[in-house]
Design a protein around this ligand. Structure first.
Ligand code: RB5
Length: 171
């Protein structure tokens, strides 16, 4: 990987609602010396958020954990991107709105994909959230919870339900 010694690889994607912020995020990361891959429509084009979510999530999954690659996904609210990216096995995508959730997404959830709502956040504020997320590190005391999250991806859980849940349904 080129760039400075702390350079990392990032994949940044958006739908049409996030084009402008996507470009700002790409420029921001490149200015910091990171290597950036960009996915999403160009000016005047429209695209559905699952398309970029798929590309970015798969790229992050392919790259991780060797170089701690990260992804940033941007749509109007960030909601669609977070829903879609979290469907990709092994991906933890976090929708954040403020510095606290941006920091905790890394510290508690080890979220390698950050989701942002372009229609809700001012550009400078959103770039600040990216910086907060990048500066934060995962706290390993939360690993057991991530293991349980990963366990939910197992097909063995489909149809599985706790006794209390079953009792509620039977009522
Ligand atoms: C597109 O209009 C909008 O629905 C999308 O960007 C996103 O906000 C969905 O969650």
């Amino acid at each position: 990987m080129s760039g400075h010694p702390g350079a990392r690889a990032f994949f940044v994607g958006s739908d049409h609602a996030g084009i402008s912020l996507r470009r700002a995020v790409v420029a921001h990361l490149e200015a910091a010396g990171h290597v950036v891959g960009e996915f999403g429509p160009g000016d005047g084009e429209r695209s559905d958020y699952p398309d970029a979510a798929r590309e970015v999530a798969l790229a992050v999954r392919r790259a991780a954990p060797a170089d701690r690659a990260g992804g940033i996904l941007i749509c109007g609210t960030g909601i669609g991107m977070s829903i879609a990216a979290n469907k990709v096995t092994g991906i933890r995508a976090a929708l954040v709105h403020d510095p606290v959730t941006a920091r905790l997404a890394a510290e508690h959830n080890d979220a390698r994909v950050l989701c942002l709502g372009a229609r809700l956040l001012a550009e400078d504020y959103a770039l600040g959230l990216v910086d907060v997320w990048l500066a934060a590190s995962f706290e390993t005391r939360h690993q057991g919870r991530l293991d349980k999250v990963a366990d939910l991806e197992s097909a063995a859980h489909i149809g599985d339900i706790s006794r209390s849940g079953a009792e509620l349904i039977e009522r």
